[in-house]
Design a protein around this ligand. Structure first.
Ligand SMILES: Cc1cc2nc3c(=O)[nH]c(=O)nc-3n(C[C@H](O)[C@H](O)[C@H](O)COP(=O)(O)OP(=O)(O)OC[C@H]3O[C@@H](n4cnc5c(N)ncnc54)[C@H](O)[C@@H]3O)c2cc1C
Length: 238
């Protein structure tokens, strides 16, 4: 006898606007699934091509595959997460986890639900009759929908690559104030940046250390007088 599974839908307490969005999302996927199952298996198309296999792309892939949508991830293999020596803010890993291991675990989880994963770079994306046509370095992929999870690129400070890499793995150079501020508590902190964004990050890091210096990446700062005054009043140097 087959086991009976009872699924109880949660009662949402979110705002009516959020309820609408969630309902719309479910409707969209139910629509995609109905159309897919109305075709024979031989004609089965790719429902979603995810460009980018970092944490965002892989999380989406796991969800989509569990909606029983045929999902392919194409990843150029340059996830910023792979640079994380050890993250301590990811729930579920009380002793932290390296970015590489986290990505590997996410990939394994995606494979479990039959997500196809290709190391490749999408060079071109265009609208096709039934969705999108993506051209990679080695193949063409037609998919009914495309999810862009291509992340952002670090702007590395000007220094020799080996010095950079050693400082990164030795936890002296960091790229994410929100992620790593805690780890720098009570230490001398130099923030490479300028303008409103640099001033904001220096101000944020001031809550972890009383020794924060904002360093302009290209020499002189582009700070408004009010930003400079604010940094001075907090006791930060610039
Ligand atoms: C040193 C460092 C430490 C960090 N520490 C933490 C931390 O402790 N905690 C935390 O939460 N976050 C941390 N972050 C931030 C975290 O790494 C990013 O927020 C996360 O990687 C973003 O995930 P993503 O999937 O959006 O992008 P990414 O991880 O950057 O992945 C994007 C992927 O898309 C691929 N791609 C791009 N263009 C194409 C294309 N045309 N075709 C195919 N593939 C393509 C890229 O190669 C890449 O693999 C840190 C970042 C760095 C650099």
């Amino acid at each position: 006898m087959r086991a009976l599974h009872v699924i109880i839908l949660p009662v949402r307490k979110a705002s009516p606007h959020k309820c609408e969005s969630a309902r719309d999302l479910v409707r969209a996927y139910v629509g995609l699934r109905k159309r897919r199952f109305s075709r024979g298996p031989a004609q089965r198309q790719i429902d979603c091509l995810i460009i980018g296999g970092g944490p965002a792309g892989l999380t989406a892939a796991i969800y989509l595959a569990r909606f029983r949508l045929r999902t392919i991830v194409v990843d150029a293999g340059k996830s910023r997460a792979a640079l994380i020596p050890r993250t301590n803010n990811h729930a579920g890993f009380p002793n932290g986890i390296s970015g590489k291991e986290l990505l590997e675990r996410m990939r394994q989880q995606a494979y479990r639900f039959a997500v196809e994963f290709h190391y490749d770079r999408v060079e071109r994306l265009e609208k096709a009759t039934a969705g999108f046509l993506a051209t990679t370095q080695s193949r063409s992929v037609t998919a009914r929908s495309v999810l862009l999870a291509t992340g952002v690129t670090n702007i590395a400070p000007r220094m020799p690559a080996e010095v950079h890499d050693e400082a990164l793995s030795g936890l002296q150079l960091r790229y994410c104030p929100v992620c790593d501020g805690y780890e720098a508590s009570g230490q001398r902190i130099a923030v490479i940046g300028t303008g409103a964004r640099g001033a904001k990050q220096a101000k944020f890091l001031r809550s972890y250390s009383d020794d924060v210096t904002l360093i302009g990446p290209h020499g002189p700062h582009e700070l408004e007088p009010s930003e400079r005054d604010r940094l001075n009043s907090l006791g930060s140097r610039s």
